[in-house]
Ligand binder design. Structure first.
Ligand code: MN
Length: 298
C-alpha cells in the first residue's frame, strides 16, 4: 500500500451552457491536470433544482454520452431515431461513432442530472452511431453498500451497457462499507448527497476526489450517495472542442463544418425540432492542440 496516489481534490467550475438561456452548470471534468479519468473525459452536473433543461439538437463525435438523472425526467431524441424518457436509476448511453446528433429536454421541474462523456478509442471512432436505454441496471451490495452499476463492473455486478475501454461508473448509497477496486484502474468520487470520509479526507458535494491507481478496495464512511468513476488510464492526448472529441485540429474543424452545413450524411436529423438546433461556435484563431495527459498516465 506504499505507492498509492494521495487523494487530490478537483473543484467544479460554473460554466454557461451554449444554447440555453442563462443557464450554468457545474463542470467537474475535464480539468487542466486531469483531462480524463479512465476514458471519462467530461462531467457536467445540472442542478439540483434545475428549473428547466432544454438542450436543442447538437452533434457529437469521438465519444459516448452517458446521461444519469438523479431527480426529474428527461426526454432524449437523436438522429438514430430514438425518443426515450429517462428516469432516475436508468441509463441513456449514446455512442457517436463517426457522428450523431441529439436533444435533451426536461419533462419535470427540479431536474438534477449528470451528463458524462466517455472518450472512444481511435478504432471505435469510425463506427456507426448507436443508442441504448437501460431501464434495469445491476446492483452491487455488501455491508453498508448499495450500488447501481451503470457502466462496466463493480465486484460481481456488471452493466450490459456497451463499453470500448475498461471503465466503471456506479452510483453508491453508503452508510459505512468497503467497495472492491481494481489496482490497474484510476478512480474518482463525487458526492451527490451527504458526505463521506474516504482515504483520510472528508468529501462533500462539489469537488471530484481523485484517488489514482493501485488500490484493491476502499472504505467509505457516510451516510452519502456518491458517484464512483474509474477506468484504465486513457493513453491518448485528446482534442476536445465544443461537443467534439478528436485527435487533431483538422478532424474537429471538419466536423464543425459538416454540422454548420447541415450535412445529414454525417449527423442525421433529430426529429421533432423543426429547424431548431445549436449552431457551432466559431473556431478559435489558432490550431487546436491535444491536451497532454499528465505524467501519471505514462
Ligand atoms: Mn450532448
Amino acid at each position: 500500500m506504499s505507492n498509492l496516489t494521495s487523494p487530490e481534490f478537483f473543484e467544479a467550475r460554473k460554466v454557461p451552457l451554449g444554447g440555453v438561456r442563462g443557464v450554468r452548470v457545474d463542470r467537474v471534468l475535464p480539468q487542466r491536470d486531469l483531462p480524463t479519468l479512465g476514458a471519462w473525459c467530461f462531467l457536467d452536473q445540472f442542478g439540483p433544482g434545475f428549473a428547466e433543461m432544454i438542450v436543442l439538437p447538437h452533434p457529437h463525435i469521438g465519444l459516448q454520452t452517458v446521461t444519469w438523472p438523479l431527480a426529474g425526467e428527461i426526454r432524449h431524441r437523436d438522429s438514430v431515431g430514438s425518443d426515450v424518457v429517462l428516469r432516475p436509476g436508468q441509463l441513456n448511453l449514446m455512442t457517436s461513432g463517426r457522428g450523431v446528433a441529439h436533444s435533451e429536454v426536461s419533462l419535470t421541474e427540479g431536474v438534477h442530472a449528470l451528463q458524462l462523456w466517455v472518450a472512444l478509442p481511435a478504432e471505435a471512432t469510425p463506427l456507426d452511431p448507436g443508442f441504448e436505454h437501460h431501464a434495469q441496471l445491476p446492483s452491487f451490495r455488501s455491508e453498508g453498500i448499495d450500488a447501481l452499476v451503470f457502466m462496466g463492473a463493480l465486484g460481481d455486478a456488471e452493466s450490459r451497457a456497451t463499453t470500448y475501454t475498461p471503465i466503471v461508473g456506479a452510483q453508491i448509497d453508503v452508510t459505512d462499507g468497503t467497495i472492491p477496486l481494481r489496482p490497474d484502474f484510476e478512480y474518482g468520487l463525487l458526492v451527490i448527497d451527504g458526505a463521506v470520509r474516504v482515504a483520510d479526507v472528508e468529501l462533500k458535494p462539489g469537488p471530484l476526489l481523485y484517488l489514482g491507481t493501485g488500490r484493491d478496495e476502499i472504505t467509505l464512511a457516510g451516510p452519502a450517495r456518491v458517484i464512483l468513476l474509474g477506468g484504465e488510464p486513457f493513453p491518448d492526448d485528446l482534442v476536445m472542442w465544443w461537443n467534439f472529441v478528436g485527435r487533431s485540429h483538422d478532424e474537429i474543424a471538419a466536423a464543425r463544418e459538416q454540422w454548420e452545413n447541415q450535412d445529414t450524411s454525417r449527423f442525421g436529423i433529430v426529429a421533432g425540432h423543426g429547424s431548431d438546433r445549436i449552431p457551432a461556435p466559431v473556431l478559435p484563431n489558432l490550431r487546436l492542440k491535444p491536451r497532454k495527459q499528465p505524467s501519471r498516465n505514462q
